[in-house]
Design a protein around this ligand. Structure first.
Ligand code: ADP
Ligand code: MG
Length: 399
């Protein structure tokens, strides 16, 4: 009998390099982003000459290449600086994992003082360490990806820019990145004017562009002829229609590849892409929900719970609409849930903001009450099965 592992490793795979079709892979070529790459390069170039680049704010929907493009330019900058003995130091922090001023500062300091551990020291002390590094004529570029996740962002931006103004040599510049199109409008005016000295939007990709991106990835990731052209077209069309998001496109092909791998045909066709669509949708919802702030998760939970228990609304006309909820009843339910979990309760203004964002993420649909209903209120409907959303939230809210 052959050894189990020998048998396993002898199995033919349709993947040549599976990492290349992962959503975290950074390809060397980034077509359709030449303009953004050029502009970011131009904005950062003063650092090579020992001058402070403007702060920069990048935004656009998920999967429009912000993280990859920034990573690419930063890498080129560091390579060039090193070759030319320029003191430029870039530092990438994903604020999804480091979601407060303190955590960002700790993470940022790690790169400059890798041997030391500053956990437990005051924020002021840690920041002083960063400035100490700057004063040695270093230009620091601090990339804060998913910057909207930082709870006390105003304080972080304010204290970094104040420190920057105080030092005579060296500087610290911030590149903030956000997937949230409304985030900029929510910023405190002072934070906004500091962070958005320069700003840039990453537009969605169309189906043509997604197809070209996917084709290049397929060549890297799959063995030849294992993915049909029409599968690539279908994945691009689906992703373009949903959101113009290269991440969805890449995830669709990866999931389709896994499905094909486990079947006898060992070829990715439209059928596998169609099957992958459901899985990817679930992955994306899961990912989105798990990164929402806890209060927003509670609002979503209130919607899911009510959707499961109520029949829908009855209009004056006698018509019933399924799964539709009043904004006011959701807020009441949310308050109940927050109380039972001993969480604080956000004001109704914040609650409305959360509702707007949930809609932007596609998790809910809203409409004005319109004729047939007394008074003026917002009607809200869940975009996905309430049972599914509820079960994801139960895992998240620690219940
Ligand atoms: P964002 O940060 O805007 O959410 P990412 O930079 O994470 O988007 O990109 C999502 C996925 O799409 C990654 O796998 C990335 O490599 C790929 N991608 C995005 N834009 C391009 C592009 N122009 N060319 C090739 N791949 C791209
Ligand atoms: Mg990103």
């Amino acid at each position: 009998m052959p050894n189990l592992f020998e048998k396993e490793l002898q199995k033919k795979s349709i993947f040549k390099d599976r990492d290349a079709i992962s959503q975290h892979y950074s390809p060397k070529e980034l077509p359709f982003r030449e303009k953004q790459i050029g502009e970011i390069t131009k904005i950062l170039s003063p650092s090579i000459k020992g001058k402070k680049p403007d702060n920069l704010f990048l935004y656009g929907k998920v999967g429009t290449g912000k993280t990859t493009v920034t990573g690419h330019v930063i890498k080129e900058l560091e390579e060039f600086a090193e070759k030319n003995h320029a003191k430029v130091s870039c530092n990438y922090v994903n604020c999804r994992n480091h979601n407060s001023k303190y955590k960002v500062l700790i993470k940022a300091t790690k790169k400059f003082f890798p041997e030391e551990n500053f956990i437990g020291y005051s924020a002021g002390f840690i920041q002083e360490k960063i400035m100490e590094f700057c004063r040695k004529e270093n230009q620091i570029i601090l990339v804060l990806d998913e910057i909207d996740k930082v709870k006390d962002l105003d304080e972080l931006i304010y204290s970094l820019s104040r420190s920057n103004d105080e030092i005579e040599k060296g500087s610290i510049s911030i590149i903030g990145i956000s997937n949230n199109l409304m985030f900029k409008e929510k910023l405190d005016p002072r934070t906004k004017s500091s962070l958005c000295e320069k700003e840039m939007v990453f537009p969605p990709y169309n189906a043509e562009e997604l197809r070209a991106i996917l084709k290049a990835r397929v060549e890297l990731a799959f063995v030849p002829d294992s993915v049909s052209d029409s599968a690539v077209n279908l994945a691009s069309a689906i992703a373009a229609q949903e959101s113009g998001d290269a991440r969805t496109a890449v995830m669709l092909l990866m999931r389709a590849g896994e499905i094909a791998e486990n079947s006898n045909s060992k070829k990715v066709t439209d059928v596998e892409v169609q099957k992958a669509k459901k899985k990817v949708e679930e992955d994306i919802i899961f990912n989105m929900i798990s990164t929402l702030p806890e209060q927003q998760q509670l609002v979503l939970k209130a919607i899911a719970v009510l959707s499961m228990s109520t029949k829908g609304i009855k209009k004056i006309t006698g018509q019933e609409e399924q799964g539709v909820l009043y904004s006011g009843e959701i807020y009441e339910k949310y308050k109940q849930l927050a109380l039972s979990l001993k969480e604080s309760i956000v004001s109704s203004r914040w609650y409305r903001q959360y509702i707007n964002e949930l809609e932007m993420y596609g998790l809910i649909l809203t409409s004005a009450s319109g004729p047939g209903i007394k008074g003026q209120t917002k009607l809200i409907k869940l975009g996905f099965s309430p049972e599914k959303i509820n079960s994801i939230l139960d895992g998240q809210l620690g219940k």
